[in-house]
Design a protein around this ligand. Structure first.
Ligand code: ARG
Length: 576
């Protein structure tokens, strides 16, 4: 149990003793201001309303029954009936000595959580538009896993659909001219543009491309073989980016749209049997009253086109059924652009109505906003084209290297490169993760690479700063023994921060907003910096016990910072 959970437990016991029915919560939260204590229990207000009692009287009753000896120094009633709890420094010191915040306790209930993220379309190269899903989804997957849940990553890659007819027709021609597939597809984006130009200019080629879509879908071996060559190279390109981004998506997590092909006819048949899908202008459509527009017109979800082809929604329905029935998910999370909100609502609604998912499973679209350029418009190249993710990362590394060279000119080239890699990639990821997911955000190189403020370099620096304390003391980080003592206010603030890590992670796992963890780490690093300033560690006048205690607090802070950054997919280093 973390501190808040302990307090909830104790306050709830006191509420029972005061005759308050069990369904009324203790409402324990961290206090907004130091004079309100460290935590506030606000449950008396709602309880008094329900029981028609005076809130201050009820709060007094709760406090009279509250057993916080050894935990709190002072408990006060404030305002209309808030209970302010001032924790005892000894309690914090003992708790901190006994806990390793970087290690999570087993959850009360282990959940199976499917996390759908990254999921790029394979026809083109990955571009900056794929960054957010990839790194936000990865951070949440890591947090859930760390807390002990069973996480099943699903990379729902778009590897099917009409574009592939054109692409394989083009590939066939180039291979016919003696080209090797690796070479023809060395520049995927260029290859796509070339095929498109060919398609637009040459009607015979366009006919063939259309024919190939049909052949592909009916399982023609020649077309399938070409398609497979294309897919293999495109997948490899994405995987190289995942490795570079330090993202935990592996080959085994790919379950692309084509994996559901054989199930699509069945999905349609089941929707028809349930009288959900019906014919409309030759297509098969589910009309949803639940999502009707303002005029009451039901929202149409096309599941089969008039030419017999299936759609994005159809494979998503098949995927959802698979996630419920085969993967047995308790939660299905989708990290997809906010612009696909309607699509997600449609798929979720149809899946529920058709009984494709078990009733207790939650279906959660976790949308995100757009990455903008400094001009406040969607991030583009100077000439207005989409920015390739690979190019963005190259620039991140070169900017970081320049920066590290300025800061620390003595480093040898390989060390500098390695630090620059961690700083550059970390900066790009953190800049994104630290913004409220649902908002658009402005991409700014200088801000993300700054060593001041809520940035990756600042946090990485705070970590390496602690490592340097241990180097100076000539100690291994895990070596210090002795009791933690808390005397200075900076020590108390830091201890409270360290002990709330678990709480923060649970919130992030619950609502999927990684900026909560970023803000926490920033506060933690800042709390450490002020501790470091006010509480000397290695100075000669500091007694051995205080020194050991402060070293332990430093070590726990380093572990927590490192773990927190690791959960965001950001690497740390001993020196920078
Ligand atoms: N491939 C889609 C795109 O690039 C995203 C897929 C997201 N996942 C899903 N199950 N629909 O827009």
């Amino acid at each position: 149990m973390n501190i808040r959970e302990t307090l909830i437990h104790e306050v709830r016991l006191a509420m029972t003793a005061a005759g308050i029915p069990p369904e009324l919560p203790a409402n324990v939260a961290t206090s907004t201001r130091p004079e309100f204590g460290d935590f506030q229990a606000n449950g008396a207000l709602a309880a008094a309303k329900r029981l028609k009692l005076k809130p201050r009287d009820l709060a007094a009753d709760i406090v009279a029954n509250l057993k916080l000896e050894g935990i709190a120094d002072k408990v006060e009633i404030a305002g209309p009936g808030f209970i302010n709890i001032h924790l005892s420094a000894d309690y914090l010191a003992t708790t901190l000595s006994q806990t390793n915040p970087a290690q999570a306790n087993a959850p009360a209930q282990v959940q199976t959580v499917v996390v759908d993220y990254s999921s790029p379309n394979l026809a083109k190269e990955m571009h900056v538009g794929h960054l957010r899903s990839t790194i936000i989804g990865d951070a949440i997957a890591r947090v859930l896993e760390h807390l002990g849940h069973t996480v099943i990553r699903q990379n729902h890659m778009g590897d099917w659909g009409t574009q592939f007819g054109m692409l394989i027709a083009e590939l066939e021609e180039q291979l016919g001219e003696g080209e090797k597939p690796e070479l023809a597809l060395g520049d995927l984006e260029g290859f796509y543009q070339q095929s498109k130009r060919h398609f637009d200019a040459d009607p015979a080629f366009a006919d063939k491309a259309r024919q190939y879509v049909v052949s592909l879908q009916s399982g023609d071996a020649h077309c399938l073989a070409l398609w497979q060559q294309f897919i293999d190279i495109s997948v490899e390109h994405s995987e190289a980016l995942y490795r570079q981004l330090n993202v935990t998506l592996g080959h085994e997590h790919i379950r692309p749209e084509s994996a559901y092909n054989d199930d699509l006819a069945q999905v349609l048949a089941d929707l028809q049997k349930a009288e959900l899908a019906c014919e409309s202008e030759g297509a098969q459509v589910v009309f949803l009253d639940e999502l009707a527009d303002k005029k009451g017109k039901p929202s149409p979800v096309i599941v089969q086109k008039s030419d017999g082809g299936y759609l994005y929604a159809t494979s998503d329905l098949a995927a959802l059924r698979y996630r419920s029935q085969t993967l047995k998910a308790d939660r299905a999370l989708y990290f997809i652009d906010a612009r696909q909100s309607l699509h997600m609502k449609q798929v979720f609604t149809v899946a529920r109505k058709a009984g494709f998912v078990h009733a207790a499973m939650t279906l959660e679209h976790l949308p995100f906003g757009t990455m903008m350029g400094e001009d406040g418009k969607p991030f583009k190249t100077r000439s207005g084209g989409t920015v390739k993710l690979a190019d963005l990362l190259v620039e991140a590394l070169s900017r970081a290297e320049q920066l590290i060279e300025e800061k620390n000119p003595e480093l040898d080239a390989p060390t500098r490169k390695e630090i620059a890699r961690k700083v550059g990639i970390g900066a790009v990821k953190y800049a994104d993760l630290s913004k409220t997911r649902t908002n658009d955000y402005i991409f700014n190189w200088d801000a993300m690479l700054s060593f001041e403020g809520n940035t990756a370099p600042y946090l990485q620096y705070a970590y390496s700063r602690i490592c340097s304390v241990f180097r100076k003391a000539e100690l291994e980080r895990g070596q210090v023994k002795g009791n933690i003592r808390i005397t200075a206010p900076q020590e108390k603030t830091l201890a409270l921060s360290l002990l709330s890590f678990d709480e923060i992670l649970k919130t992030v796992a619950e609502d999927g907003y990684p900026h909560t963890l970023c803000n926490y780490l920033y506060d933690l690093a800042s709390a450490y910096m002020s501790f470091y300033e006010h509480c000397p560690i290695l100075r000669s006048d500091i007694d051995a016990e205080t020194r050991a205690s402060r070293l332990q607090i430093s070590n726990t802070t380093a572990n927590t910072l490192q773990k927190g950054l690791e959960l965001l997919g950001i690497e740390t280093m001993e020196r920078m």
